[in-house]
Write a protein of this length. Sequence first.
Length: 472
Amino acid sequence: MSDTSSLAAPRARLLVVDDDADMLRLLAMRLGSAGYQVTSVGSAEAALGQLDIERPQLVLSDVRLPGKDGLALFDEIRKRHPSLPVILLTAHGTIPDAVEATARGVFTYLTKPYDAKELLEKIAQALALGAPASDSTRVDEVWRNEIVSRSNRMADLLAEARMVAQSDASVLLRGDSGTGKEMLARAIHRASPRASRPFIAVNCGAIPEALLESELFGHMKGAFTDAVANHKGLFQAADGGTLLLDEIGDMPPALQVKLLRVLQERAVRPLGSSQSLPVDVRIISATHRNLEEAMATTQFREDLYYRLNVVTLTLPTLAERREDIPLLANHFLAKLAAKYGKRSSGFAPEALKALTMSAWPGNVRQLYNVVEQVCALSTTPLVSLALVQRALRTPSVEVLSFADAKQRFEREYLVGLLKMTDGNVADAARLAQRNRTEFYRLLQKHALTPGLFKSDSPPGSSGIPGDAVADE
Ligand SMILES: Nc1ncnc2c1ncn2[C@@H]1O[C@H](COP(=O)(O)OP(=O)(O)OP(=O)(O)O)[C@@H](O)[C@H]1O
Ligand SMILES: [Mg+2]
């Protein structure tokens, strides 16, 4: 497109902090003529206030300030906006201060009188490394373009996510149910050098233990009764890419040991195989559970926790970012109106207000379900307050089509029977009052392997300290 070339890099916004008004004016002039948008403030306190209003891409601060000094400001910024680069300027450039600041992660440290050229270089470097522009409504970046948000909380999180995406560090995503953990995992994958390789998500809580093991690591033909062919595990399928271990807090302890071994050795051994296969997989795990608590009660292994949790990213609840609600609601409405073939002209202002004020214990997923409900029931293009109130009152249920609901029910029903009967098809068929042929056909339809529901999981999982008690 012709207009992108004329649009050079968007002008970065810098926040400059100095109590010396002349110095401040001079800096603002220099930086302004170098093409930056500059906001100037006279104290650390004012800087923090300004950060709540608008997010710069970089902070340049004097060290000596009345009240909080530049180092204290830096610490505060690190806490609130971990990816925001900070450059400190000081007239009292003592080496210990500089060393200490660098150790705490200030991007760089310049002594006054500063060299203008050096300052501009440092700023350019810091911006190149640092967060993407936080004017995220305009900066349409492919890696995160599914993630609708305008809140500072999310901007910070996304900036951090983008940075960690560049590395192979294991990431633990925390956050309440429906806050967008899986969505963020996909975005991290997309922003990573592994983007062209597979992204695979597996829900560790929804699959019975024996099945999960074979799903993750694979199995050889004959490894157990129903293993009629070799089966490639998800680790191998995700080779070169990213594996999301969702609901990791629900992974059975015996499997935690095996997972740890795979992560340490960077190799998997499929069930029934004597050979290990090297795998190169980036691990993202997600949980809504409190893993520290799970560790305290030995339900979650500490060594695995430290392996998985090199970097933690925590999704804020929807109530902590209400400014995102109107944006998300309109986004979902437009999408769903298209899906249902409805004409939509948005929400009535009071309707949008009611959505914004609601509690949202189920977070973004619940918002989606509510919007789906109003969209499906709406008879006019403009969604009314009454309709929204009704949807907010009814416990939010996901609106599945009849076919999808039936499919889901069938699968859960069959899994329940197989668990109950230890994978014995004859018993399960009897309980379901179906003949075996019919029952097998159902299992096939849902790709269920009865042998994996046997409660005695394959050898190798015994004698582990802290292993869970059997559940009978
Ligand atoms: N910022 C966002 N923009 C657009 N859609 C979002 C956003 N956050 C979440 N969603 C949507 O909300 C739903 C829930 O998100 P997701 O499945 O990623 O949540 P989760 O944290 O993994 O939830 P759970 O813990 O229940 O598994 C999905 O349909 C997702 O597409
Ligand atoms: Mg999820």
